[in-house]
Each structure stands twice: as C-alpha cells, then as structure tokens.
Ligand binder design. Structure first.
Ligand code: PEP
Length: 252
C-alpha cells in the first residue's frame, strides 16, 4: 500500500512572493512528517522558484494542468516535459474547473494522462458528478464512465503512478463536503471497477483520494474510511496552518 496523498490545489491564487511565504510556513509546520505524500500545485509561474524553497523537505510539486503535445505552436500551453524540468512530480488532470471552463473532455484527459506518464509525471485524474447528476442517482455511472475513458490504453504497469481524485462538483468550494460514508461508497465502487478492469494487485496500487471542501474539521473522519487514500484540497491549502493540520490528519 502506498502512503496517503494530500495535495493542495492553489488554483489561480498567489503571486510568486505570496507562494514563497506560504511554502516557507508550510515547510516549517510539517517538517517532521514523512508518513504522507504532501503535494502542492501552485500556479505554473511560481513552480520553479518554489522548487528551490522545498529542497530538503518532503513537499512535492504538481502542475495544475498539462498539454499532451511535446512542443510546437501551441501558444499558452505547457508540456509534461517542461513541468518535469522545473521540478514537478505530479500533475492534476481533468479538474472540474478545467472541464467546465476550458473544454477538457474525457478524450483530452486521456491524452494528457498518457503524455504525463510518458514524461515521468504522476497524474492525479479528477472525476465527479454535478448536483443534478447526484440527485438523479447518476453518480456512479458518471464517475465510472469518466474513469474508463481517462484510463483507456494505459498499461497495467503504469497504474501505480496514478491517483484518482473523486471530487463531487457540488462540494468544490461550497463548504458542503460529501459525508465520509457517501464518499466511501463512491471510492469503494471505483475500487471495484478497477478490480474488474485490471488485475487486483495493480488496481490496489491506485490511490483514490477525495476532494470537495476538505477542511481541518472533516479530514479525520474522511481519512478513517478504508478506501479514502488521501485528499485534494482547494481553499484550505492556501492557509499554511489549515493545510498542515490536514496533512497531519489523525488516523483512527
Ligand atoms: C478543488 O478545487 O479541487 C477543491 C477540492 O476545492 P475546495 O477544497 O476548495 O472545495
């Protein structure tokens, strides 16, 4: 079993100076932690600088997005190799904001996952249902479809590098987290889907993390669930004390 993964998605927040001061505080607060993979995804303008500030700590870096081509006339895009070269080990792919606002389809998510793995980046693939889909009992169908299409063509051997982030869209940035039981039910179904499609040993290595209004006061109960292997944290990752408390969840 891999370590739990706690990842902070800073989204389009923090200048390079603000990011530096956040990382310096965080680094100090979690300096004794080595039982959790701690990842931050700052804006790409800060990654190179922050990579120097995390040297010697257990904090790792993620891109918030990646383009699947290696180079060329793709104005505004960043390749997987470029993210690797400035110190990223992970990349978030298919976040619901990218799907809703920037046209990331399942097919694009799949291409990005292939490109990330090829460059040695670990993809964190986001899936999740809208409130409407939840209310019409379509959560599992939606999430399973997104995962099947995102993972299409990936080799079994690369699954250990993969993380699935289950992020109900209605829970992102709303303060309304899924209950631990509801999240566990979806995570358990995702795990079963992976068992059906891949051999059990390979599927077990995929971390399934939860995202959606994770805060210091709900992380412990979420992490107590057997199939919740970590968290993707938005708003609370912008506060060093809150994120440090989330990283130091109490395992029950
Ligand atoms: C996210 O954006 O991935 C997220 C989970 O945000 P928040 O924690 O703010 O709900």
């Amino acid at each position: 079993m891999q370590k739990p993964l706690i990842a902070g998605n800073w989204k389009m927040n923090t200048t390079i100076h603000e990011g530096a001061s956040l990382v310096i505080k965080l680094r100090e607060l979690i300096k004794s932690i080595d039982s959790v993979d701690v990842v931050i995804a700052p804006p790409s303008t800060s990654i190179h600088h922050l990579n120097q500030l995390i040297a010697g700590s257990s904090i790792q870096l993620a891109g918030q997005n990646v383009f699947w081509k290696e180079n060329g006339a793709y104005t505004g895009e960043i390749s997987a190799e470029m993210l690797r070269a400035i110190g990223c080990s992970y990349v978030i792919i298919g976040h619901s904001e990218r799907r809703a606002l920037f046209g990331d389809t399942d097919d694009r998510v799949n291409k990005k996952a292939h490109a990330a793995l090829k460059a040695g980046l670990k993809p964190i693939i986001c899936v999740g249902e809208t409130l409407e889909e939840k209310e019409s009992n379509s959560t599992l169908g939606k999430v399973k479809g997104q995962i099947m299409r995102a993972l299409a063509g990936l080799k079994t051997g690369s699954l250990k590098e993969l993380t699935i982030a289950y992020e109900p869209i209605w829970a992102i940035g709303t303060g309304k987290s899924a209950t631990p039981e509801t999240a566990e039910e979806v995570h358990n179904s995702i795990r079963e889907l992976l068992y059906e499609d891949y051999d059990t040993a390979a599927a077990k290595k995929i971390r399934i993390i939860y995202g959606g209004s994770v805060k210091p006061d709900n992380i412990d109960s979420l992490m107590a669930q057997p199939n919740i292997d970590g968290a993707l944290v938005g708003g609370a990752s912008l506060n060093a004390e809150d994120f440090a408390r989330i990283v130091q969840f109490e395992s029950v």
